[in-house]
Write a protein that binds this ligand. Structure first.
Ligand code: ATP
Length: 367
């Protein structure tokens, strides 16, 4: 052991610790900050790529072990963990302060896409991330009800003489939905171009401020809205929500193929299996695979995409959506844990995608 320890000794030790996902060492990834040496102690900060990092505790322990091994076994090591969500965007005119735009899609209607999106948004926000959610299901918006914000009315704000809509903020998530702008009882017949123009306004004429993740709840299937989204902003990645049964998976495949078309080319962050099994409230350990078992895993494997997690079919999930207080807000339930796990997986895939894949470009489709 050296008599005198300096910052370089600490950095050399930490350079032996690999970020398990990114497969590079913490020092060359620029993740180590603010080293403070004291008498018999060292303090430093590890800046993670997301506050939802599932490997937080593992990384912390490896840092402590590395310093004990390479610097001194008796040094008191204090590791502070913070996060700075990464982005593959820069210098774009639209949504310049939004780090990641994540599209949530489903092949079939009614598979629980909006339920998953709402709970995912809340679970990400609970980790400390700044989260926004656009309800792009213009002809069937369900986000206002799920967030208990049916009567909310976005305000208008002027910046440099231009009017911007200000998203509603509920449970720590910024929200925008056509449901805030048209009365629920008013049936609006939307034509494709009107829906596309509404989505463009939600993106371009709204004041979103700084966000780590902006989730876009797309309509089911493939539509004009999907094309408008990818033609308006570069999408970080897409998530596909499906149920395990064959018909849902067949439709999910179509959605996947749309994002994978060479001229669209949006990275797929993974698949979420909703209603993976039924669990009755009185028998919480029982699982009934009423829509079949293993479909989501097989789908992920076949298309070589990450399996982000499974959400059970539970009455409480439906009730909490109808009550306007999604289940992710419940304290320590099996369901809120499922969504917290999903948020970790999504954040991890976004970080991996930003580290490894090229920037997504705005799609130009020639008529
Ligand atoms: N895991 C679940 N457990 C219980 N109920 C669920 C679950 N997921 C979704 N639901 C319920 O199923 C119904 C449909 O869900 P949701 O509206 O989220 O689906 P969707 O795929 O967004 O629908 P759409 O195709 O209309 O956009 C809702 O009543 C919702 O509460």
């Amino acid at each position: 052991m050296k008599d005198f320890i300096n910052n370089d000794d600490i950095l050399r030790a930490l350079a032996t610790v690999e970020e398990p996902d990114l497969k590079k060492d913490l020092v060359s990834l620029g993740m180590i900050k603010d080293i403070v040496l004291g008498v018999g102690s060292v303090k430093f900060t590890v800046v993670l790529t997301t506050p939802a990092c599932p490997l937080k505790d593992l990384i912390r322990q490896r840092c402590v072990d590395a310093i004990h091994k390479h610097v001194s076994p008796t040094l008191d090591v204090q590791v502070e963990m913070t996060a700075n969500v990464t982005s593959a965007r820069s210098g774009e005119a639209l949504l310049p302060n939004v780090k990641n735009i994540v599209a949530i899609s489903s092949g079939k209607g009614g598979v629980g896409k909006s339920t998953v999106t709402s709970n995912l948004a809340l679970a990400l926000a609970q980790t400390g991330a700044k989260v926004g959610l656009i309800d792009a299901d213009i002809s069937g918006p369900s986000i206002p009800v799920m967030f208990g914000a049916e009567n909310a009315q976005p305000e208008v704000m002027q910046i440099d003489g231009k009017n911007y809509l200000v998203p509603i903020e509920k449970y720590g998530v910024k929200l925008l939905s056509i449901g805030f702008l048209t009365p629920a009882e008013q049936a609006v017949p939307w034509r494709g171009p009107m829906m596309s123009s509404a989505l463009r306004q939600f993106i371009g004429d709204c004041y979103w401020g700084e966000l780590d993740y902006l989730l876009i709840d797309l309509p089911p299937g493939t539509s004009d809205i999907h094309l408008t989204l990818v033609q308006t902003v570069p999408v970080t990645g897409a998530i596909v929500v499906t149920t395990p049964q064959k018909v849902a998976l067949a439709d999910a495949q179509k959605g996947l193929n749309m994002f994978r078309q060479p001229n669209i080319n949006v990275p797929i962050l993974g698949v979420v299996e909703n209603m993976a099994y039924f669990t009755p409230a009185e028998l919480p350990n029982n699982r009934y695979y009423i829509f079949g078992q293993g479909g989501g895993h097989a789908f992920a494997e076949h298309y070589n995409i990450p399996y982000l997690g499974e959400i059970p079919l539970v009455q409480r999930i439906r009730e909490s959506g109808d009550e306007g207080r999604p289940v992710a807000l419940d304290e320590s339930s099996q369901m809120s844990a499922a969504f917290a796990g999903l948020a970790q997986q999504v954040a991890q895939q976004v970080a991996l995608r930003n580290a490894n894949a090229e920037k997504t470009k705005v799609v130009e489709i020639k008529a």
